[in-house]
Design a protein. Structure first.
Length: 289
């Protein structure tokens, strides 16, 4: 099933994102502890991240195939430019096509830990737009892409970064999923710019990350250039030594964020960090569990 078609449903389409665990034992824990719980929430699809240079390529492929074949959940692998030549990317696309997958999320990807800035691999691509053109030139697979409500952390201007998102759509992306954000007005500003100034018609889906503890969410927002509004940050600091209170605050904040956007978006994509509890509580609060 093409994911773009899922966003034509009359009610918001709910999806989740996994990252591949580092070893086989972690993958088995994912499928025994996490997947059954999320399956009960009836996701439309689950996406699975893809490590730099295909570092988790085999794990990504194994996980998306197992989600589809054993659990009957539509699944989508990510694909990034990092550390990959066109030949490597083409091999991956051929592999997932031969396995019957119809969707891929195309991303530039973050620099490896030993690089301060992104460096295009010789024979590869420097940005997601070129990757999308490559995919579209060799396949009819449904392509999704990323968009950043506050602008990419490397962008000089958020409006120029939003232009890049529009260029991804022009290159062939059929839906956009946002980076995490916590101020709903940032999403509305981005949406208004893309819809009215760039005539973007594809679904723009909020990416929602329920935070688990103070150190984690501060690290995540710092890495991706997202802003924690002052009232939220003050509460996080107030609960800094109480992880469960911070987690519950994350549920409260993300519930409100979804409520603000419920009537204007095609769906929500939850960065669930391979966990169930917070996402399940948010969907219950929204009457969607």
């Amino acid at each position: 099933m093409r994911i773009r078609d899922l966003y034509d449903r009359p009610t918001p389409t709910i999806s989740f994102e996994f990252f591949p665990p580092k070893n086989d034992a972690g993958i088995e824990t994912l499928f025994t502890d996490t997947v059954p719980g999320l399956q009960q929430l009836k996701p439309a699809f689950i996406s699975v991240t893809y490590g730099a240079g295909g570092g988790t390529r085999d794990s990504t492929t194994r996980i998306v195939q197992r989600l589809r074949d054993k659990y009957n959940i539509e699944s989508m692998p990510h694909l990034t430019c990092v550390g990959s030549t066109q030949a490597m990317l083409g091999d991956f696309l051929d592999d997932i096509h031969n396995r019957g997958f119809e969707n891929v999320l195309a991303l530039r990807g973050d620099p490896p830990k030993d690089q301060q800035t992104f460096q295009a691999t010789e024979g590869g691509f420097a940005n997601a737009t070129d990757l999308i053109r490559f995919i579209r030139g060799r396949s009819k697979i449904c392509v999704g892409a990323a968009v950043y409500p506050e602008g990419h952390v490397e962008a000089r201007c958020k409006h120029r970064d939003w232009d890049y998102a529009a260029e991804k759509v022009e290159a062939g992306a059929e839906f956009l999923i946002t980076q995490l954000f916590y101020d709903w007005s940032d999403f509305l500003d981005m949406e208004d710019y893309l819809r009215n100034k760039r005539n973007v018609k594809v679904p723009i889906v909020p990416g929602i990350l329920p935070f688990l503890n103070a150190a984690q969410i501060k690290r995540f927002t710092s890495l991706c250039g997202s802003r924690l509004p002052t009232p939220i940050l003050q509460k996080i600091d107030q609960y800094a030594n109480d992880d469960e209170s911070v987690r519950k605050l994350g549920v409260e904040v993300c519930t409100e964020l979804c409520e603000k956007l419920m009537n204007r978006v095609a769906g929500f994509h939850f960065y669930c960090l391979n966990r169930v509890t917070s996402t399940a509580e948010i969907l219950k609060n929204l009457g969607m569990a």
